[in-house]
Design a protein around this ligand. Structure first.
Ligand code: ZN
Ligand code: ZN
Length: 418
């Protein structure tokens, strides 16, 4: 008898853990970290114990963990999974995570070298950086060992993966991070469709309903995300985001865009807008330069140039020429000190911030407390416009997904509690 247990995620956005088991086998879909303001904040020690507990209960001969995508609220606990349990993710997710932790490690090594050269540096600081370094190294080691599946070309059926008597088939999905997937899970004659996080209003969202109509047939249980179920926002398409950006980019000489380095579609919107506004595109972080390089290698031939990125690296010492011409600079919150320095050199009335991230990061107190970077970054600027669209399906799309799949049962996860 097949069994579904949602450990976390029914009454909160993120921190997702779903278990599907038979008499001999079980798979977990996602092992995510709780997001600020969603579920209890936990210490690493509590996280480790919780994961340990889950694996000690209801153990089966065949076990595995599958990840829908690389956001923290879905993969955040991967380091605590027992080493004997294989973990699976898309090869794009795996590479993104490797880029993330390798860049982090390099950054830590740099500040370690500075600390060690500085006679006044404090011992505790060095210890803390050393801890961060070994933490990143440990994560890189675990990710490098993970199993991965490759992207199936459109129109072809992806290959299933077998865990004991459970069959899992990954299907490419559009979300605000690259290489996200949904799953068809078959066990004991039952069929489950797990959507992960998804949307239809991105460049890669066209495939959602054709894929569902073709493969999500005779589904017993649909597990869908419901982030936007309590929100009435109409989601604009990424094309519209790009259009709006181009318009404001034309009006200001120096344009900063705060956006995520892992969201290939948003980066494409910004890139197109900047070329529409005839401005040179810059980045100032190694992380963003690396993800863009990776996206270009993987996707440029498939996307007719949409995902072909060739940004320049902005350096403060070559500023005069750049100042004359104006620019579009994409940055993340971790570049705040660099951006601050740069702003000192620019006339404030000709400078604009396009805030292209979720508004909750600077409006919700719990979010600000957990991560003040977004609010701080915003406060550096005088002229600000918000141009963004959600990474999640709007209400209308979720309803259409439920109608299209027409399953016997629907479980909504990744939603606000009552
Ligand atoms: Zn999520
Ligand atoms: Zn997500």
């Amino acid at each position: 008898m097949m069994n579904i247990k949602v450990h976390r995620g029914l009454e909160q956005i993120g921190g997702c853990i779903t278990e599907i088991s038979t008499a001999t086998s079980r798979v977990f879909i996602d092992f995510g970290q709780n997001l600020p303001g969603n579920g209890e904040a936990t210490t690493p020690e509590q996280d480790r114990l919780m994961v340990e507990n889950i694996f000690a209960t209801n153990a089966k001969k065949h076990e595995a963990v599958f990840y829908t995508h690389g956001h923290e609220d879905h993969v955040g606990l991967f380091e605590y999974i027992p080493p004997y349990v294989p973990q699976y993710m898309s090869d794009g997710t795996k590479e993104l995570l490797l880029i993330k932790y390798r860049t982090l490690k390099e950054g830590v090594e740099l500040s370690l070298a500075q600390l060690q050269n500085d006679a006044n540096s404090i011992k505790e600081q060095i210890e803390e950086e050393n801890f961060k370094k070994s933490n990143a190294e440990n994560k890189i080691k675990i990710i490098a060992r993970m199993n991965s599946w490759g992207r199936t070309s459109p129109g072809k059926k992806p290959s299933p993966i077998f865990i004991g008597d459970i069959t899992i088939t990954p299907f490419f999905n559009c979300h605000s991070i690259y290489d996200s997937h949904m799953f068809l899970i078959e066990a004991d004659g039952k069929r489950i469709w797990h959507t992960g996080d998804y949307r239809a209003h991105g460049y890669m969202g066209k495939g959602l309903f054709p894929t569902l109509r073709k493969y999500a047939t005779n589904i017993d249980t649909l597990i869908t995300e419901g982030t936007m179920l309590n929100r009435n926002d109409e989601c604009i398409h990424e094309c519209k985001v790009s259009e709006k950006m181009a318009n404001v980019m034309k009006a200001f000489k120096y344009v900063f865009v705060l956006a995520s380095a892992t969201d290939i579609e948003r980066l494409a919107s910004i890139k197109n807008a900047s070329s529409e506004a005839k401005k040179t595109l810059y980045v100032c972080s190694k992380f963003m330069a690396s993800t863009m390089k990776f996206f270009t290698e993987r996707e440029s031939s498939l996307s007719r140039g949409l995902f072909n990125f060739s940004p320049r690296m902005l350096r403060l010492n070559g500023l005069d020429r750049i100042k004359k011409k104006g620019f579009v600079l994409i940055a993340g919150t971790s570049q705040i000190s660099r951006v601050k320095k740069l702003l000192k050199e620019l006339p404030i009335e000709e400078t604009l911030l396009i805030y292209s991230s979720w508004e909750g990061y600077y409006t919700i107190p719990e979010q600000i407390a957990a991560n003040p970077g977004y609010k701080n970054f915003r406060e550096l600027f005088y002229n600000i416009v918000d141009i963004h669209t959600s990474g999640h399906a709007d209400k209308t799309t979720i309803k259409r997904v439920i109608e299209t799949i027409n399953s016997k049962e629907v479980i909504v996860i990744h939603k606000e509690g009552d």
